[in-house]
Design a protein around this ligand. Sequence first.
Ligand SMILES: O=C(O)c1cc(=O)[nH]c(=O)n1[C@@H]1O[C@H](COP(=O)(O)O)[C@@H](O)[C@H]1O
Length: 281
Amino acid sequence: MTSTPSTPSTFGARLRAAVDARGPLCVGIDPHAGLLAGWGLPDDAEGLRRFALTVVEAVAPHASVVKPQSAFYERFGSRGVAVLEEVVAASKAAGALVVMDAKRGDIGSTSAAYAAAYLDPASPLGSDAVTVSPFLGFGSLDPFVEAAERHGGGLFVLALTSNPEGPEVQHARLEDGSTVAGRVLDHLRRLNAGAEPLGSFGAVVGATIGATEEDLAFNGPVLAPGYGAQGGTTADVRRIFGAAAANVLPSSSREVLRRGPDAAAMRDAVRAANDELAALR
Ligand SMILES: O=C(O)c1cc(=O)[nH]c(=O)n1[C@@H]1O[C@H](COP(=O)(O)O)[C@@H](O)[C@H]1O
């Protein structure tokens, strides 16, 4: 008798369970040079490793989601990428879901290779989800969508980013009058239609964007960076997302990391933010 390979649970289902258990805060693990200096660590691969693994040990047993930003590891070359691999494995072992913040996106055939790197569990960088850019056309992300479906992974697609330069492209109008961001959100509505309890194809919408006319309600998660150091607050999340706030993962990096290397202080910052964010659910 041949055994049937088990179907992986979807990212949306795992995320819903993790947020119910631990709260919605996503902790960004971004080892800025300034933070390494502030922690008294050298700006080299060993300093990076001590920083990143200290953060993982402090927050990954408590946060539902961690989000290492790949650039801060890549700047140390292969030794930095090796640390990123350790961050992925140790975070998963501690029960956190890993969103790889790589913001990838290329022509379809290259996207397929990126998707294998970040979404195939057999890859050393295989994560639960990855951030992607739709600005080569949403269809260029099809290989990411297929890989996510195959492996039970997820995507966070840039829609309304937290930086002040974003509106130049994201608010631009298309031939039917919709904005570029609105079109991205429409594609996500289609991809998540009918998914239970939550779709796996998320949007990135900054916690700093202010008033928007876009319809932010859809059956998938929303990553909301800019919470904390960039000025976004719980009140902003409530104001921007309204009833859709229940599916939002406010994401904070520096605001948590600056409290290190004191592990208890980082953990307490995560707990305090989750206590405050509980009012949104
Ligand atoms: O995709 C992201 O995570 C992202 C999207 C966005 O619109 N704005 C944004 O700041 N980010 C990332 O979120 C993190 C923000 O870090 P802090 O400002 O330190 O909390 C960085 O890793 C950014 O690359």
